[in-house]
Design a protein around this ligand. Sequence first.
Ligand SMILES: C[S@@+](CC[C@H](N)C(=O)[O-])C[C@H]1O[C@@H](n2cnc3c(N)ncnc32)[C@H](O)[C@@H]1O
Length: 159
Amino acid sequence: MKIKIITVGKLKEKYLKEGMAEYQKRLSRFAKLELIEVKDEKTPENASLAENQQIIATEGKRIEDKIGPRDYLVILAIEGQQLPSEQFSKQLGQAMLAGHGTLTFVIGGSLGLTPAIKKRADLLLSFGKLTLPHQLMRLVLIEQIYRAFMIQAGSPYHK
Ligand SMILES: C[S@@+](CC[C@H](N)C(=O)[O-])C[C@H]1O[C@@H](n2cnc3c(N)ncnc32)[C@H](O)[C@@H]1O
């Protein structure tokens, strides 16, 4: 089983790097993890709507190039479906049973993602209506992926 997490830009904060390293280590007993950082575009201070759309289209193209045709695709978006952790775990389990060898997760950059890429999702997943910074979102997501595997393993980690 392979897990791919596709994100935009380099992770900067030390505390987030440390958190990611911890959960990478924990997840390694369940899956091979690949963290992919695509290049982000510079966002000018007073960018127009058209400029912003161009930025997310360019970043979106870089993301799409990293998605495999057989990947089970989970895209994170505020307006997506909100699931209890047990249900999230079950959906990932079902995707694996259906023969998807790779579970791919996508987090947008600071301006988000295009509607076109969101349409490709097998699961458009929301972590609630609050906007989380995209770099922090990585840590929240990897913890929930780890939790999903621990639920499948029947571990008391998830109470
Ligand atoms: C700073 S947010 C982008 C905000 C942008 N205005 C939007 O509405 O998408 C960057 C990325 O983090 C992820 N994200 C942030 N908050 C989220 C939430 N509550 N649920 C799911 N994904 C979230 C999404 O992938 C989003 O594209």
